[in-house]
Design a protein around this ligand. Sequence first.
Ligand code: LLP
Length: 443
Amino acid sequence: MSPRKPLGLERSPAFTYHQPTSRIPFRKPPRVLRAEEVSLAALAEQYGTPLYVYSATAIQQRLATFDAAFSTIPHTVCYAVKANSNLSLLRMMAKLGCGFDIVSGGELERVLRAHKKAAKKVVFSGVGKTVEEMKFALDSGILLFNVESESELWALATCAARMKKTARIALRVNPEVAAETHPYISTGMREHKFGIPMSDARVLYSRAAGIKGIEIAGVSVHIGSQITDPEPFRLAMSRVTDLVNYLQAEGHTIRFVDAGGGLGISYEDTPSSDPTEFAKYVQSYAERVLQPLRGLGVHLLLEPGRVLVGPAGALVTRVLYRKQHDGKLFLIVDAAMNDLIRPALYKAHHAITPVTLADDVPSEVADVVGPVCETGDFLARDRSLPKCEEASLLAILDAGAYGMAQSGNYNTRPRPAEVMVEGKKAKLVRKRETMDDLMGLEE
Ligand code: LLP
């Protein structure tokens, strides 16, 4: 049996294998997966499993690379809070100069708790903003409302006028660009509930002009999520640019173009571990976004979520049981679809790797499944993994985005704890839920 090469599964600097020094001559101890310089085995021991672990350094590096790619134009990175809304993570993002893209009053509350003065860089997206949420956002003094329908526009105008405030708005337009991604997260086509068709938007901008409580300030677009081909972004931006040119000619002041989020990541088992590859990837995205905008004189807003935090997080889980029947092997682990729903919901692939990895361990094919009473409760199907025993630990990679943020309490399962690692330091940034947390609101 040839020794397994774990390197391909590394997500440097977030998750890499470390070879401990041997105490016994000629015996190599198993490699241990670390978050930065902290052993995931030690974290699992201390905080229990399932456990979300994030690398602060990886997030910082990804943000810096993303930001640098847009350095030729005035811009603000408004991190999409929905990807991972942990307060400590938001606080870190705010300190690094990020603004935020929010889709609810709850997310606004999080942003304000993370940083008192964050509102001035907040954009508010979403098709169903309530009047209460609008009031809250107006009171907080957010930067921009991305309005998604005519009815919403009038509701916002009424709300702002009553409060004697002015809502800066962009219409979220639908550029009719098809993006190659899962149908549940593609948003830029006419049949989707998002945005306003381009032709309708022209009319609506002229109706909105001069309305009390409304200040036309920009144009916004978001074509979908987990898009790894940058070309659709260029197409969307060139359609947005045409609209901006038209609106400016009509006498509107368009100060902002919001390009949305959506840049994907590689969920492959062995993505490139070369950091310059990531810079090149982001650069090619930036070039596509910026090309049509040149000379437009606008401030660019960007709403990346997944690309900043996805590969910086892992879900650590323990194997409870090995179960074999009819030639099929199940590894029943203590994480489930309520903790990470992406595989169940989108058939999403997440690389999985053992936390401790010895040389010469044979591989086996298994379904990695959780304890939830649904056949759809799987984290991986027919996955080839180094053989793992009961009680051993697995790391489910690329779980920093839409992991904990989409978790729930199905089967009355407390949600996992979250830990943020930076260098040698690890900090518990969310405690594991207790039964009182789950049942405290009930009679
Ligand atoms: N802006 C808007 C208006 C959005 O709707 C989204 C994501 C983003 C920004 C951020 O997109 P990102 O850069 O993270 O792709 N739960 C799904 C993803 C849903 C994305 C929804 N909107 C998943 O786990 O793949």
